[in-house]
Design a protein around this ligand. Structure first.
Ligand code: UD1
Ligand code: PEP
Length: 427
């Protein structure tokens, strides 16, 4: 196991390249199953969720060739299994996309209950509702979810709640189903549009992604293609927070400024200057941080995955901020770690009231999940002195080369191996 040792208090300055979007990549990789052929996928982020997805594909029988660090050729012509192994299913949330893709191509798929960040209950009833509307049956036994259908047909689904995962899984299952599918009350995140574009490049007929109704005409077969994944909105937003919290000046490359708008608007309101270019953004802060009111919502609202990072930032704003979590029941578990650093935060249910403090103090910190972990790194970069962040395995599910990227911006951060005997003593 590893921890990050961070000596904070330095403004971060320079340029950073943003990788491909985790939440697009983890749906696009299972979607290659539908091609039954060769896909060349570019701009894949080098993160553990992507490595696990590639490993699942390989275990199902796909042949995989690494072309470069961020480009892989995946040939799904000859798969010989429709069951995803337990260990890999549980490593990440997005293993549920293998259900939709395997059902779509083979009429059967099995995965164990997916893992991912612990943000409170994470049901998959809306995924199963869509599969049922397409004529599939499901069973959940001994922690295994199995979906199957003799003959998949298009259907009309009105989702009870706006769900990224259910929208994408329904798309995966519907593209090869016979007839027309209409999905209403769907999610509109940039990764939904990216998946639709990828499916269409493979020969699918998907319309309306990015609005709240998606229409799909089932096609008889699909084929391989070359595709480049969109940049990661949340990784980019995290480096924007790094500039804001350290009074730095960072230019982010390989971003889509339009995707960043909900985050850019809030950071400007907090007193940062943000300049937009074609595929780059420059953010700097020279003055005081202003307090904010923000509520997380489905796209185009403020993304929940940025919530812990913004809360960390607002601990240093001059005045009272109110952050409301509108998506997840329990996404403030990390707040105690910030309180150990001297932050003044009161949480009541899904609302956090943050009284800004002048400084954060260094402390031993725990990455309770992926974005909470990133928030700890940001807080540690702002604190004068040495902090340590443990359980970095969560962070590396979603941030490629975070240590190296921060070092290149001038941060004093290093990865340190925790000796196995120290880990077993702590357990
Ligand atoms: C791999 C991935 O892309 N993860 C993202 C995805 O998670 P994920 O796809 O799991 O999140 P959803 O959009 O599905 O969840 C949104 C809300 O809907 C509820 N719900 C969801 C599905 C369902 O069948 N029933 C149900 O009630 C959830 O409990 C939650 O309250 O979108 C979330 C919301 O933007 C992000 O925080 C995650 O980073
Ligand atoms: C919650 C997240 O990821 P996952 O859904 O993969 O757990 C996230 O990316 O912030």
């Amino acid at each position: 196991m590893e921890k990050y040792v961070i000596r904070g208090g330095k403004p971060l300055v320079g340029d950073v390249n943003i990788g491909g979007a985790k939440n697009a990549a983890v749906a696009i990789l299972p979607a290659t199953i539908l091609a039954g052929g060769k896909c060349l996928i570019e701009n894949l982020p080098c993160i553990s969720d992507v490595m696990a997805s590639l490993q699942i594909l390989s275990e199902l029988g796909a042949s995989i060739r690494m072309v470069s660090r961020s480009t892989y050729e995946i040939d799904t012509s000859h798969l010989d299994s429709t069951e995803v192994s337990n260990e890999l299913s549980r490593q990440m949330r997005a293993s549920y996309y293998f259900l939709g893709a395997l059902l779509g191509r083979f009429g059967s798929g099995q995965v164990a209950m997916p893992g991912g960040c612990n943000l409170g209950p994470r049901p998959i009833d809306q995924h199963l509702k869509a599969f049922t509307a397409f004529g599939a049956e499901d069973s959940v036994e001994y922690g295994q979810i199995h979906v199957r259908s003799e003959h998949l047909v298009g259907g009309h689904v009105f989702f009870d709640t706006v769900s990224v995962g259910a929208t994408m899984n329904a798309m995966l299952a519907a593209v090869l189903a016979e007839g027309t599918t209409i999905l209403e009350n769907v999610a509109r995140e940039p990764h939904i549009v990216d998946l639709a574009n990828f499916l269409n490049m493979m020969g699918a007929d998907v319309h309306g992604a990015g609005t709240d109704v998606i229409k799909i005409h089932g096609v008889k077969e699909m084929h391989g293609c070359n595709y480049s994944i969109i940049p990661d909105q949340i990784e980019a937003g995290s480096y924007m927070v790094a500039a804001a919290i350290t009074k730095g000046d960072i230019t982010l490359h390989n971003v889509i400024p339009k995707h960043m708008e909900p985050i850019t608007a809030k950071l400007r309101a907090a007193g940062c200057e943000v300049e937009e270019f074609d595929d780059a953004l420059r953010i700097r802060r020279t003055g005081e941080l202003k307090p904010l009111k923000l509520k997380t919502m489905p796209h185009p609202g403020f993304p929940t995955d940025m919530q812990p990072l913004m809360t960390a930032l607002l601990t240093l704003a001059k005045g009272t901020s109110i952050v409301t979590e509108g998506i997840w029941e329990n996404r403030f578990r990390y707040v105690d770690e910030l309180i150990h650093m001297g932050a003044n935060i009161q949480v009541d249910g899904q609302v956090a009231v943050i009284e800004g403090v002048k400084v954060l103090h260094p402390a031993p910190l725990r990455a309770t999940d992926l974005r909470a972990g990133a928030a700890m790194v940001m807080a540690a970069l702002a604190a004068n002195g040495v902090s340590e962040v443990d359980e970095t395995i969560h962070i590396e599910r979603g941030y490629e080369n975070i240590v190296e990227k921060l070092q290149a911006l001038g941060a004093d951060i290093r990865r340190v191996e925790i000796p196995a005997n120290a880990v077993s003593r702590a357990i």
